[in-house]
Design a protein around this ligand. Structure first.
Ligand SMILES: NC(=O)c1ccc[n+]([C@@H]2O[C@H](COP(=O)([O-])OP(=O)(O)OC[C@H]3O[C@@H](n4cnc5c(N)ncnc54)[C@H](O)[C@@H]3O)[C@@H](O)[C@H]2O)c1
Length: 329
């Protein structure tokens, strides 16, 4: 089995690559080779199969990124929410034309006699609006309130149509906000949801731009990685024409996150400073508070673990590496 990870140097791309390297298989089939593609060639990976790292722009996808015989493509490369809002042209080029380039690459593979590759695409909760007062159903229509969400929703449509035409076999996961993200704060409007856990655990102050009773739909890196791998191996026949799924995240209040943090490291929340930010609050405040998910669990997507386990997992998996990356001694 040949696999490509577009955005393979990013947070989730790296985790998917590592998980597959550990198991050496996907859906019971042995992995022969993997391509990691990102703006810069991603760092190598210890794996029981050949790994090739390629750097480039997804909007101008080189053929080597998806060589003949590619079975599975994880399409994770993206310009994230606040960055896509700040730079309209960049967001549209990467998030929309980048997806177009993936579709064209799949068409080339099929035209060359290959089977339509499975494409696992990461859409986002940001493709919905409705705000704090709503819990959405599986079939709620996407009405995005930002350019990133619009580009993600449009990409879902293009991938569903490309599936219908036989160019590829898409599964689009509308990922919740992933916490706890290691490393540094980034340009996602949702960056603070991770920062309010990560920074205090590193002994650093951090800002909280929304009130404690703000509700957010979240998932852990472990759960998201598992979902992405499940999406790559699942039987897609039951999806029919609708190739998009809301995976089973969990709706939590910011105050719940802080309480779980204090339960893991007593007193840590003293480093969280409440400083309202109307710009950030304006973006994340438009996202729904949560979802009633039925379809994804019925298709084998695992339910979420409790918040306290999410924070403990960050401490076990990422805290020390983050401390070292940031030279915090
Ligand atoms: N992390 C979250 O909370 C979250 C939530 C919902 C959806 N998502 C989606 O999941 C995917 C992965 O998210 P992540 O958190 O790992 O983000 P990330 O920013 O860590 O990874 C995205 C990768 O895409 C790469 N990239 C950007 N522009 C590119 C280009 N022109 N060509 C090639 N590569 C390019 C980046 O260099 C980066 O490594 C993204 O599509 C994101 O929109 C993430």
């Amino acid at each position: 089995m040949k696999i490509t990870i577009l955005g393979g140097g990013g947070f989730l791309g790296r985790r998917v690559a590592q998980k597959l390297a550990e198991s050496g298989e996907l859906g019971g089939r042995r992995i022969e080779s993997m391509v990691l593609f990102d703006l810069m060639p991603p760092a190598g990976l210890e794996a029981p199969f050949a790994v090739t790292s390629i750097g480039g722009d997804i909007a101008d996808l080189p053929e080597a990124a998806m060589p003949p015989g590619t079975d599975v493509v994880f399409h994770l490369a993206a310009v994230v929410s606040a960055a896509a809002e700040a730079d309209y042209d960049l967001g549209r080029r990467v998030n929309l034309r980048g997806t177009d380039a993936v579709i064209d690459a799949c068409r080339r593979l099929v035209a060359g006699g290959g089977a339509p590759p499975r494409v696992v695409f990461t859409s986002s909760v940001a493709s919905f609006s409705g705000g704090q007062s709503v819990f959405l159903e599986d079939d709620t229509r996407q009405v995005p309130a930002n350019s990133y969400g619009t580009q993600k929703a449009a990409a879902e449509m293009l991938l569903a149509d490309a599936t219908r035409r036989g160019f590829l076999d898409a599964v689009c996961l509308r990922l919740p906000t992933i916490i706890v993200r290691p490393g540094r704060p980034n340009k996602a409007a949702s960056s603070f949801f991770s920062a309010i856990v990560r920074e205090p655990l590193l002994g650093l102050e951090t800002l909280l731009p929304v009130p404690d009773d703000f509700a957010v739909w979240v998932a852990s890196p472990r759960r998201a990685t598992e979902w992405l791998i499940h999406a790559a191996a699942m039987d897609t026949a039951p999806l029919g024409l609708d190739r998009s799924l809301n995976p089973p995240g969990m709706s939590v209040k910011v105050g719940d996150i802080l309480a779980a943090l204090d339960a893991v490291r007593q007193g840590a929340t003293a480093l969280v400073k409440r400083v309202p930010d109307p710009v950030i609050a304006g973006i994340v405040g438009g996202w729904p508070a949560g979802f009633n998910v039925v379809r994804a669990p019925a298709l084998g997507f695992s339910r979420h673990e409790p918040l306290i386990d999410v924070i403990r997992a960050f401490v076990a998996d990422d805290l020390e590496a983050t401390r070292q990356d940031r030279a915090l001694g």
